[in-house]
Design a protein around this ligand. Structure first.
Ligand SMILES: Cc1cc2nc3c(=O)[nH]c(=O)nc-3n(C[C@H](O)[C@H](O)[C@H](O)COP(=O)(O)OP(=O)(O)OC[C@H]3O[C@@H](n4cnc5c(N)ncnc54)[C@H](O)[C@@H]3O)c2cc1C
Length: 463
């Protein structure tokens, strides 16, 4: 089979690269060993957010009960609302439906764009050939895009009751207690779901803090909320051993201590899917961890071969993978384009949600640049008081020349609100100009203009 472009992997990076190349008139073949949509759709963003949406519904119901708007259904559960096995089974079938709808959408978009999909595992045979399923089929290409993504790091063998983010969405029984290993975005989201669903949750993190990309004050908000809602957050704790007995998991901690739980979820990092890809045969270089080296146009060390998404190890988000795929395809089409990672929102669907764009205050302090920091507490917003969700903080970091260097938020809907800040930063807007924009009232988004006004010493506004 001959192709102008072969794309290996059908996650967000591969899909956008293939669709952009095909829309540009190139004969494009996409090789996918599993389901289109990749980690994001099948084992990541989408299932996780379906779970978290359910936890959010339960939380709102609990809030309604606390406010006396409805009666709690049981005395034994906090607020009377927790997920049981039957409820979890319903949620799982809803999740499968959501994934199915979006898979069909992805397959239909590929078809409409004219991308030919080949099922199988691909590996380079040379700089111009990819073999599928041990070379049973050969695709001769002019250009290639590697979009094979990443997989969870295996900390211990998969004993009964032990899951990683690849298989946890298929957990057969609803656990009443969960241990989560790792407090990055995936671990925090797992803790948020299981805690919101009424389980006992312990989070074990080897580093001394959660979510390293988030500002310290913003992290502190979430840590306080975890504590208030009963999550046992163990920072600076290392798992030294794991065992499984009679359907219960046990985690031994270094220096003593034992955590027992119905289920353990390992969310302690990911590694690139680059082993067995035949990178050496194609002359594609990678770093010591296996991430494929790319330049700003997403081209690898082998001319005409590009790499995008998690396997290229840049931001390791579905959002950036999608944009990197477009950049690679545009360069293949002869329209020069480059990635710019300066304004990439990092979002976490915790409670409250966390959303950050730009460096933390501590990172900025390390550069020695003089900065101004504006703050607005969520509880000072009329929208927050009206909705009885008052926890959180907005921070806007501003440079000497008035440019917006970073915006970090812990707030209900932070994962939506952050994009107003990202647009302002991408457009090069100054903080005083942002503070003067009229935002709708009463909204959580007002926190951005109020924090910007605070940073530049603007007039206090009502909100
Ligand atoms: C629990 C969880 C939650 C997440 N939530 C978010 C979120 O809210 N927002 C966000 O932006 N990101 C999120 N992410 C990260 C996001 O899922 C990834 O960054 C994104 O999927 C990477 O896209 P990709 O195209 O690089 O690779 P992937 O999505 O991993 O897709 C790679 C594809 O390549 C295929 N493949 C691999 N090797 C081969 C081969 N040799 N031949 C053929 N096919 C192959 C795989 O089967 C897979 O389908 C989350 C991740 C996890 C685990």
């Amino acid at each position: 089979m001959d192709a102008d472009v072969v794309v290996i992997g059908g996650g967000p990076g591969g899909l956008s690269a293939a669709e952009t190349a095909a829309a540009g008139g190139l004969k494009t073949v996409l090789v996918e060993s599993s389901e289109v949509g990749g980690t994001c759709l099948n084992r990541g963003c989408v299932p996780a957010k379906t779970w978290i949406s359910a936890a959010h519904l339960l939380k709102n119901t609990r809030l309604a009960a606390e406010m006396g708007l409805i009666k709690a259904s049981s005395e034994s559960e906090p607020g009377g609302m927790a997920l049981d096995s039957a409820g979890f089974a319903k949620l799982q079938s809803h999740m499968r439906e959501v994934v199915g709808v979006l898979q069909k959408g992805a397959a239909s978009n590929l078809k409409k764009a004219g991308v030919q999909v080949v099922r199988g595992k691909a590996a380079f045979l040379s700089k111009k050939e990819v073999g599928v399923n041990d070379g049973q089929e050969v695709v001769r290409f002019k250009r290639a895009v590697i979009a094979t993504g990443s997989r969870p790091v295996e900390l211990f063998p998969k004993l009964p009751g032990f899951y990683d983010t690849d298989d946890v969405f298929g957990v057969p029984d609803f656990p009443r207690s969960v241990a989560v290993v790792g407090a990055g975005a995936a671990g925090v989201e797992m803790a948020t779901f299981f805690n919101g669903a009424g389980c006992r949750v312990t989070v074990i993190e080897v580093m001394d803090d959660i979510l390293p990309f988030a500002d310290a004050e913003i992290r502190a908000v979430l840590k306080r909320e975890f504590k208030k809602s009963g999550v046992n957050l163990m920072l600076g704790a290392k798992v030294a051993g794991a065992s499984s007995q009679s359907g219960r998991c046990a985690l031994e901690l270094e220096g003593g201590g034992l955590i027992a739980a119905d289920a353990t979820i390992m969310a302690a990092g990911r590694k690139p899917n680059s082993v067995g890809l035949g990178l050496d045969k194609a002359g594609v270089g990678s770093d010591v961890r296996g991430y494929v080296n790319v330049d700003g146009s997403m081209e690898t060390s082998s001319g005409g071969i590009y790499a995008v998404g998690d396997v290229a190890g840049k931001a390791r988000l579905a959002s950036t993978a999608h944009r990197e795929g477009v950049v690679a395809a545009r360069n293949i089409l002869g329209t020069p384009d480059r990635m710019d990672y300066r304004v990439v929102p990092n979002i976490v669907f915790s409670d409250p949600e966390i959303a950050c764009v730009g460096p933390t205050e501590d990172d900025l302090a390390r550069t020695g640049e003089e900065i101004k920091v504006g703050r607005r507490h969520v509880r000072a917003l009329a929208r927050a008081q009206a909705g009885a969700e008052i926890t959180g903080l907005f921070k806007v970091m501003v440079g000497k020349d008035g440019s917006i260097l970073a915006v970090h938020i812990a707030s209900p809907s932070a994962t939506e609100i952050i994009h107003g800040a990202a647009v302002a930063m991408a457009a090069g807007m100054k903080a005083d100009a942002l503070a003067e924009v009229v935002f709708g009232h009463p909204t959580y988004s007002e926190g951005i203009i109020l924090a910007a006004a605070d940073a530049v010493g603007g007039r206090p506004r009502h909100a």
